[in-house]
Design a protein around this ligand. Structure first.
Ligand code: GMT
Length: 377
């Protein structure tokens, strides 16, 4: 049994989801898992055995314009390791987790306690946020001083070597899903979302600029112009809601055909009834949302950004286009909407490829990394 401290964002971002699902599966395997975060991670089931949650408490003080969250986080890591005798600290997303983990490790070393740090890079911590001059050097330092570094795709590993001066080996451990969760779903909400002769297109994201929500809307609009019978379901919340709202104002004829579900806690029954998942992202280190859709049996039309082609296979599980090539996306979507045999073949292929990313295959890779870090401390 390993005692693991997981540092992650608690919100509906991909890195927080991966960290939470990983922690719960490790706990199910008998490891003791301690989540340290600013609030309870969205998918965390606290009723499970071996799961603990430690909230980072940030003291407000009139002098502070900005609360020193990273110091409070470092102290929370230090205290949790001391109190529970954790064996490893696993930081998900470099900013600020890998950085805080490094300083907590130094504080612990001062007390004679050696606790290795594993950092998992997720995407925008390298390709976007981590590139900012305010963070870049600190991100590079934290990666180089982690005991083990992993990235969620080959593309992200390559980007990390390209953008930073990295002296460490970066291991690729792809994201995963628990296919058993999908197999267990018998609920389907299709009847609530579309009529039987309509196809359902779906987009799930945190609606940020990098997701290119405008392309999702454009594809849907052009399919509508071509009289393809379909509906669009958008799941998630974020700044690009503005883009969606102004599109709706410009196209009142489509208002009834687009369903905005916001944040959905039980996503699988929705994914399960969708036909085509649209992921036109500008950047995407992996595309966990696409993998979840595939596991639920949905074909994917995506851009070729980052690590997406490591998940979606062109002509097999769906189609891949250049970023922003909405014309090609429309052609492929039309093809799938009009050919039920092709669509169901791709849906089946999607489910099959998703098996490759099953947690059963991935969790031993993380356990091996923890053991390696503990052995070398
Ligand atoms: O882009 C997001 O939706 C959030 C972001 C995060 O870190 O929370 O996601 C990144 O990590 C996910 C889990 O590893 C990946 O599946 C996403 O592709 C990646 N996002 C980007 O690279 C833009």
């Amino acid at each position: 049994m390993i005692k693991i401290g997981i540092l992650c964002y608690p919100t509906y971002g991909g890195s927080g989801i991966v960290a939470t699902e990983l922690g719960m599966l490790l706990a199910r395997k008998g490891h003791e898992v301690h989540f340290i975060s600013s609030s309870m991670p969205a998918r965390l089931d606290m009723t499970m055995p071996n799961i603990y949650f430690h909230k980072v408490n940030v003291e407000d003080y009139p002098l502070f314009k900005y609360q020193p969250y990273d110091i409070a986080l470092t102290s929370a890591i230090y205290q949790t390791v001391k109190l529970y005798g954790l064996d490893v600290i696993h930081a998900h997303y470099a900013v600020p987790y890998a950085y805080a983990a490094y300083f907590a490790k130094q504080m612990l070393l001062d007390d004679g306690v050696a606790t290795p740090v594993i950092t998992t890079l997720h995407g925008t911590d390298i390709t976007l946020v981590g590139q900012h001059p305010s963070y870049k050097k600190a991100v590079e330092f934290s990666i180089n001083h982690s005991d083990v570094v992993t990235a969620v795709s080959e593309s992200l590993r390559d980007n990390t070597y390209e953008f930073f001066n990295i002296k460490k080996e970066i291991k690729v451990i792809p994201n995963f899903i628990d296919n058993a969760d999908f197999a267990a779903i018998d609920k389907c909400v299709r009847a609530k979302l579309a009529s039987p002769d309509e196809k359902i297109l779906i987009h799930v994201s945190n609606l940020r600029k990098v997701k290119r929500v405008q392309d999702v809307l454009e594809v849907f609009y052009r399919l509508h112009l071509q009289s393809i019978k379909c509906r669009l379901v958008i799941v998630g919340e974020g700044p690009e809601m503005e883009t969606i709202n102004s599109f709706m104002v410009r196209h009142p004829e489509l208002r009834d055909r687009i369903r905005l579900l916001g944040k959905v806690s039980d996503l699988y029954p929705v994914l399960r009834c969708a036909d085509i998942f649209l992921l036109p992202s500008e950047q995407e280190s992996f595309g966990l949302a696409a993998l979840e859709a595939m596991a639920a049996g949905t074909a994917v039309i995506s851009s070729n950004a980052g690590g997406i082609p490591e998940v979606n296979t062109h002509g097999k599980t769906g189609y891949i286009t250049e970023i922003g090539d909405t014309e090609a996306m429309v052609t492929y979507a039309r093809q799938l909407c009009e050919d039920d045999i092709l669509l169901s073949q791709m849906k089946e292929n999607a489910k099959e490829v998703a098996q490759r990313f099953d947690i059963k295959n991935i969790i031993p890779l993380y356990e091996a990394v923890y053991r390696e870090a503990i052995d070398h401390k």
